[in-house]
Design a binder for this molecule. Structure first.
Ligand code: PMP
Length: 394
């Protein structure tokens, strides 16, 4: 049997991590992997999570299974965090999943089950895992224009032109905030136009929200998801807790299905639970429990929000410093988009030759499509990056 297996494409980011490790230069800079890092290059455990873990250790009396959807309180609190009061709670079915990736995967499974004809439209570019999971599942997909390499912003006209091609029942995958890999996002009136277009075409939006709180704040970052869920009859939402709770390895996420009427809720809820059962039975609980504890306790929640806000503002400051250095060095505002982008990533918008030159000549590691993890920088490394960007002729 095993002789039939073929080599699968290696994960480019993991290969880049290895190359970084093997580079002996002391002043090398890692802007590759998508993990938040503080100014010392550490990925800390958030204070509220640490406190919740201690409390849990003292209070937890059993490790028996939870429900197939995970603890319903986790789902409720996640729905409140992401959706606020944009839609009545009775319309929202939700299940815990292993990370945001698990939620994306379960959403695709639901799409395939509900409508095998559906095509999934993804932004060009998008998070590579979207493409690889769609390919693996043999779900037809196509891309819509998204990033404007000239302005560093969104090619909104191109995007709308491409989305006008969607057919009834197709699914349009959108990043709720902090677009990965570009950092470029729609404004709220553009989101409204997307909602109107999808409704006109009869397409279903699927929102991937993996960075709530990393862009403009918890509520602002959820505004687009709330608008879509309130305006479109049906919405799928894949939420990740990896970044905003800093619990990457605990594998914590939530898939929500918003129905057009409350009466659909039971069937949707049962279907999501059924899909969990088919793929891994009960979802992991530890991270989900920490999240529900933090969200449900005033003191823990306040502390979590304060720390998340520090993380967000720190990244914004780095963006502004980098854009400022580049303005001074280039004598132009052509890198101003770096300060406009939101979230952990920015696409510099240069070709693989420049990305390679930055790596070879300056020990600066970014993904081949010129995606930089802004959190990989600090006040000391920014001037070096800015000089290198100009030096290689970006
Ligand atoms: N969606 C996007 C766009 C992401 O960037 C990520 C994290 N890299 C995820 C989903 C899911 O992350 P995780 O499975 O670690 O929660």
């Amino acid at each position: 049997m095993f002789e039939h297996l073929k080599e699968q494409p290696a994960d480019k980011i993991l290969a880049l991590m290895q190359a970084f490790k093997d580079d002996p230069r002391e002043d090398k800079i890692d802007l590759g992997v998508g993990v938040y890092k503080d100014a010392d290059g550490k990925t800390p455990i958030m204070r509220a999570i640490k406190k919740a873990e201690k409390q849990l250790w003292e209070e937890e009396t059993t490790k028996a299974y939870t429900g197939l959807a995970g603890d319903p309180l986790f789902g409720e609190r996640m729905a409140a965090l992401v959706l606020g009061d944009a839609v009545p709670a009775g319309k929202v079915a939700k299940v815990a999943t292993p990370g945001g990736t698990g939620a994306v995967r379960q959403a695709f499974d639901l799409i395939r089950m509900a409508n095998p004809e559906a095509r999934v439209f993804v932004s060009d570019p998008t998070w590579p895992n979207h493409l690889s999971i769609l390919k693996h599942m043999d779900i037809p997909f196509t891309t819509y224009r998204y990033f404007d390499g000239v302005t560093g912003g969104v090619d909104f006209d191109g995007m709308m032109e491409d989305l006008a091609q969607v057919r009834k029942g197709d699914v349009v995958l959108l990043h709720g905030c902090c677009h990965n890999p570009t950092g470029a996002n729609l404004n709220i009136s553009e989101w409204q136009a997307v909602a109107d277009l999808l409704n006109k075409q009869g397409a279903v939006p699927m929102i991937d929200i993996a960075y709530q709180g990393f862009g403009d704040g918890l509520d602002d970052d959820a505004a687009a998801t709330r608008l879509i869920a309130a305006h479109c009859p049906e919405t799928l939402i894949a939420a990740s807790c990896s970044k905003n709770f800093g619990i990457y390895r605990e594998r914590t996420g939530c898939l929500m299905a918003v129905a057009h009427e409350e009466g659909r809720h039971k069937l949707n809820q049962d279907t999501l639970a059924y899909l969990n059962r088919q793929n891994y039975s009960f979802p992991p609980d530890h991270g989900a429990r920490l999240v529900l504890m933090v969200l449900g306790d005033d003191a823990l929640r306040t502390d979590w929000q304060a720390e998340l806000e520090d993380v967000r503002l720190g990244m914004l400051k780095l963006r502004e410093q980098l854009a400022g250095e580049l303005r001074d060095l280039s004598g132009s505002d052509r890198f101003g988009f770096l300060a406009q982008h939101r979230g952990m990533f920015s696409r510099l918008g240069v070709g693989p030759d420049k990305v390679e030159a930055l790596r070879e000549k300056h020990g600066i590691y970014m993904v081949g499509d010129s995606r930089m993890n802004i959190a990989g920088l600090n006040a000391e490394t920014i001037p070096k990056l800015a000089r290198a960007i100009i030096d290689v002729g970006c």
